[in-house]
Ligand binder design. Sequence first.
Ligand SMILES: Nc1ncnc2c1ncn2[C@@H]1O[C@H](COP(=O)(O)OP(=O)(O)OP(=O)(O)O)[C@@H](O)[C@H]1O
Ligand SMILES: [Mg+2]
Length: 282
Amino acid sequence: MPDSALRAATFLDKGGVGKTTATAHIGVALDRHGYDVLLLDLAGKQGDLAKHFGLWEDVQAGEDRWPNITTVFQDQWEKIAEKLPTPVDDLIMPTGEGPDLIPAHESLDGLDATLGNIDDAAERYSRLDEFLTEDVADDYDVILLDLPGSTSNIAYNGLWAAGHVVAPVRPGPFEAGQAEQLRQDLETIRNEQGVSIELVMVLLNEVDERTKAGKTYLEEFQTEYPDSLAPTQIPSSQDVQNAQMNGGTLFALERRSKTADRAIEAYETDAEVLVDRLGAEE
Ligand SMILES: Nc1ncnc2c1ncn2[C@@H]1O[C@H](COP(=O)(O)OP(=O)(O)OP(=O)(O)O)[C@@H](O)[C@H]1O
Ligand SMILES: [Mg+2]
């Protein structure tokens, strides 16, 4: 196991591509493989990651919970953390499937503007990185961040803190362009901010390799992303949504379809490869 937690963020500047689903499933897969995993929901106050684990009612019941994820971005966080007996434990909820979760909070809504008031870019984007490094990284093997489907000060904090991006992509005529845009955005960040954020995994989601179109997309991505394409595509499975409605991942479903089993195997393979890629860069 690594000394300090390996980190990755699921991100693509596009909604509904499978970021939250990938975060949850990769997280549970790694937990089952023996890693201590923390999931962190920065994707917005709707709390999708908590919903994915059937924890939404608990999150809502604790809406006045303090500290919460927004607190760690505040100027005074370091002083707050010193005074609280268990500052990080106060943020965490167990998911029931292995990984710990720091859920989203409604105050994430106002956080983006607050961060925007910080003049210095390095300071504005590094708050989360500081929190993870100072308070969290020693206690986990892997930290996965679920980010919003658009760029924002919060998303940049996630990218800065993770340093590595897993980009779920749905097959379609415009999707290759989105992955390419992400690659260019990361290049711009590297040039302008001097911060290196690697596109460590392009994860093709809901691909049917048995169709001609599916095969063509796969070949295109293999050519474009020979190093970062995930080895296994995630098939489309109705059971993903069935599991989510039951408040769990596919791993927690008692009766699974064949496509669900294939999706699980794909997430497991890709999760291990992700850890290898993250570890190789340390
Ligand atoms: N492999 C899959 N098979 C079937 N349905 C899937 C699969 N992956 C994701 N979905 C469904 O697609 C929808 C979007 O997935 P998800 O919420 O993970 O995307 P997202 O990128 O996090 O979206 P947002 O940008 O809104 O946060 C969900 O309803 C989810 O159940
Ligand atoms: Mg999401």
